[in-house]
Design a protein around this ligand. Structure first.
Ligand code: PMP
Length: 376
């Protein structure tokens, strides 16, 4: 008899111990919509964990668009887009995403995770190298691992480290560099102009995953070869897309297995993303408001003596010394009516991830600052 595969599950104590201590923070069930506040176990809490940066997940215009699309096209296309097709809404969203971002063309994926995995694995060949920023999203690493090429990582936000890694690649390898536009855990931005210059020096192609910045702030895409985006954050839905040159998009249409072998996004999700995209374009104050709220929160934490990473987006990271302190702080904030994300390895170093949205009022933010002050 060999080793039982399930033995590791029986021995997995981390979640059980946290549950026993009453500080297990994951897989909560909320009632009602996810807005500036949310209802957890009958209590209204200020939601500083979601990525609904523009405050559109409970917007009546977005809900209506999803309802209308479900009524017109049904709840599911029951198959892959390649074989069974999408709807006019799918093509419309691709056109509008490309126009909004200033990229030539776009291809939808069922999720942003699949957009990264499908693009990176689908585009690269056996001889190629995929060079990924050390703090890029897991989906970039999963795409690099799944594809036939070689994967390597370079020091976070370091064009010099990228330069050294590019110089070390053999001449016959095509190179794909992957960075996040806005890092999801630390809230830091990518130094894009230097990354672009470095990639150009070696003829490498650059993919920017702008999951957290897209719709919130404008990105200068001059020099960006491929852009991946998600609809599960600013666009108040679920889904993702890759944006790039038409010939690459068409190649991916026929080589991105994460798209070809998965279901087409439901019309209601596509319609919600389309409605949210139009609102993002028409109401740029929303992104600006979320970013300004985060800047104010960062300043408040710094004045309390915390070493908060610099950021230009709606994500604030409060470093924590270790796992017990992270869970205790998460629990303390929840008791004070503020829901944040506890971040623990392997996702990133221990921290609290605090997000702001256009829907948070000054009163909400004052409560969040007071709850954070009470922690220290
Ligand atoms: N990229 C980044 C940087 C992300 O943070 C996420 C989601 N956490 C994704 C990609 C995946 O997006 P989705 O939720 O659409 O799968």
């Amino acid at each position: 008899m060999g080793v039982d595969l399930f033995a590791r599950c029986r021995d997995y104590e981390v979640a059980r111990a946290a549950r026993a201590a009453g500080v297990y923070p994951y897989y909560q069930a909320f009632s009602g919509p996810c807005g500036a506040t949310a209802v957890l176990d009958g209590r209204t809490v200020i939601m500083c964990g979601s990525s609904d940066y523009l405050g559109l997940a409970a917007d009546p215009r977005v809900i209506r668009a999803a309802q209308d699309a479900a009524a017109a096209y049904g709840t599911s296309r029951a198959g892959s887009r390649m074989l069974n097709g999408g709807t006019p809404l799918h093509a419309e969203l691709e056109r509008e995403l490309a126009a909004y971002a200033g990229m030539p063309d776009a291809l939808l994926f069922p999720t942003g995770y699949q957009a990264n995995v499908g693009t990176i694995a689908g585009l690269t060949g056996r001889r190629d190298a995929v060079l990924v920023d050390a703090e890029a999203h897991a989906s970039a690493y999963d795409g690099a691992a799944l594809g036939p090429g070689r994967a390597a990582r370079f020091r976070h936000n370091s064009p010099a480290a990228l330069d050294r890694l590019l110089a070390a690649q053999s001449g016959d390898a095509a190179r794909l560099v992957v960075v996040d536009g806005l890092y999801s855990m630390s809230g830091e931005s990518c130094p894009l102009p230097s990354m672009i210059t470095t990639c150009r020096r070696y003829g490498a192609r650059l993919l920017v995953d702008d999951a957290h910045g897209f719709g919130v702030r404008a990105l200068d895409v001059d020099g960006v070869d491929l852009l991946t985006v998600t609809f599960s954050k600013a666009l108040a839905s679920v889904g993702g897309a890759v944006l790039g040159p038409p010939e690459v998009i068409d190649y991916l249409r026929h080589h991105a297995r994460a798209e070809i072998y998965s279901a087409v996004a439901p019309p209601s999700s596509v319609a919600a993303a389309l409605a949210a995209l139009r609102i993002a374009a028409a109401e740029p104050w929303r992104g600006a408001r979320a970013v300004a709220a985060a800047a104010a929160l960062r300043a408040a934490l710094i004045s309390m003596g915390h070493a908060v990473p610099p950021g230009t987006g709606p994500i604030v990271s409060l470093p924590m010394p270790d796992l017990p302190a992270t869970l205790a702080a998460w629990h303390g904030l929840l008791a004070a009516g503020v829901y944040v994300n506890p971040v623990v390895p392997p996702a990133a170093r221990c921290s609290l991830r605090i997000t702001t949205t256009a829907a948070h009022t000054d009163a909400h933010l004052a409560t969040v600052v007071a709850a954070l002050a009470a922690l220290s």
